[in-house]
Every structure is written in C-alpha cells, then in structure tokens.
Write a protein that binds this ligand. Structure first.
Ligand code: ATP
Ligand code: MG
Length: 201
C-alpha cells in the first residue's frame, strides 16, 4: 500500500481569492512537505451570514483560474456541493472519503480565523483527526496553539507576510481603485467581466 498522502486544506470564502491565499498555500506546501494543497471555497460560511458577495460558482471559478498551472494547488468543491452551512468537520470527513482514510490532513488556518477555532462546530472531534497549521497574518497576533488542541496536532508557520484581505479588495473594486498585482490577472479579468463587487463594466 502506498504511504498516506500529506494533504493541505485551506478553507475560506475566497470572495475573491488573492495572493495572500496563494502564498500561504504555496509556502505551506513546501515547508510541510505536502503532496498538494486543496483550496476549498465555503458554501454558506456559518460565520459570515449575509456577508458573501459573489456566488459559489464565481468563487470556485476564480480559485480555479488562480491555481491553473500550479500542479501543487487544487480546488475542491466539497463544501459548495454540500447542502447547508459549511463546517470544517464535514469538509474533513468528505475529503477523507475522497482521498482515503489514511490521508494526513493539514488544516491551514490564518491567525485571525485560528482565534475562533475553539468555537468551531464539533471542534474536539475535528482536531483529533488533523494537524492544524496556524499561519501568521499581518495585523493579527502571532498564531498560538488554541486551548484544547494537543501539542502534536498544532504547528505555527510564518509565510511571507502579505497584508491583503478580500474585504479590502471588494472595497477597492467598489471604489474604482486598482487590484492589479493583488490578485492573479485572470481573477481580475473574471471580476471585471462579471461585474462582481460593483465593478464597472
Ligand atoms: P475576508 O476579508 O472576506 O474575510 P480573507 O482575505 O480573510 O477574506 P478568507 O477567505 O476569509 O479571506 O480566508 C481564508 C483563509 O485564509 C483564512 O484562514 C484566513 O485567515 C487566511 N488568509 C487570508 N488572507 C491571508 C493573508 N493575507 N495572510 C495570511 N492568511 C490569510
Ligand atoms: Mg477572512
């Protein structure tokens, strides 16, 4: 039997995907010797009621465009294809079903999202099954092991810091400010072609 695969999983709304996401996925892949990293757009993110601007299909498409040509990075539809709110415990369960029960799942979580981890649905069951990778994010406290997470289920990782957020990008598009060099060219083209985030045609 082949060795278990080391899989990185980066969940998020990706509304839109930006270079901050791509750099953490790429550098975590290298630093942790992962076979690949899945970017997993949320269906209905339970923390963000009413704050998702683009449709699931637009968000998936933008991630597909962003990772095209990088064979280490892939998009997973498990969360957008599941009914109801997105919980990481379901993401992990679905990914194990698809990729094999032995898959070593590394959940990449930015420092801001990590702070909320103790409130995640079924977190005790979730964390026994994965390694949580807390990733530094500019403007947020350094990632620390959340209470209740065993030491061998947590690593902190510093990647090249990029102070880019999707919230700021949506505001820039609305205000007519450039987003060039903050998102891949093809993602910007998709935003303009589909007039997302109030982009002028
Ligand atoms: P929003 O502003 O809409 O919340 P975002 O930029 O935070 O968007 P998300 O889709 O919420 O992007 O983030 C998905 C994951 O990526 C989260 O774990 C988040 O902490 C992490 N992340 C996003 N941007 C960065 C960044 N610039 N540096 C480090 N981690 C990041
Ligand atoms: Mg966020």
């Amino acid at each position: 039997m082949s060795a278990p695969r080391r899989l990185g999983v980066l969940g998020g709304t990706f509304d839109p995907v930006h270079l901050g996401h791509l750099v953490i996925a790429s550098e975590a892949c290298h630093a942790l010797d992962l076979d690949e990293v899945l970017l997993v757009p949320a269906g209905i993110p339970w923390q963000k009621h009413g704050r998702v601007a683009a449709s699931a299909e637009d968000r998936v498409r933008m991630v597909e465009l962003a990772v095209a040509g990088d064979e280490r990075l892939r998009v997973s539809r498990v969360d957008v294809d599941r009914e109801g709110p997105t919980y990481s415990i379901d993401t992990v369960r679905d990914l194990r079903r698809l990729h094999g029960a032995d898959t070593e799942i590394h959940l990449l979580v930015g420092a801001d999202a990590l702070a909320g981890l103790p409130t995640w649905h079924a977190v005790a069951d979730l964390v026994t099954d994965v390694v949580v990778v807390g990733i530094a994010r500019p403007g947020h406290a350094a990632p620390e092991r959340p209470e209740g997470l065993p030491a061998d289920h947590f690593v902190a990782l510093a990647t090249t810091p990029l102070d880019i957020s999707a919230t700021a990008l949506r505001a820039r598009v609305r205000d007519g400010a450039p987003i060039r060099y903050l998102v891949p060219t093809a993602v910007e083209a998709h935003i303009r072609a589909h007039e997302l985030y109030g982009a002028a045609a």
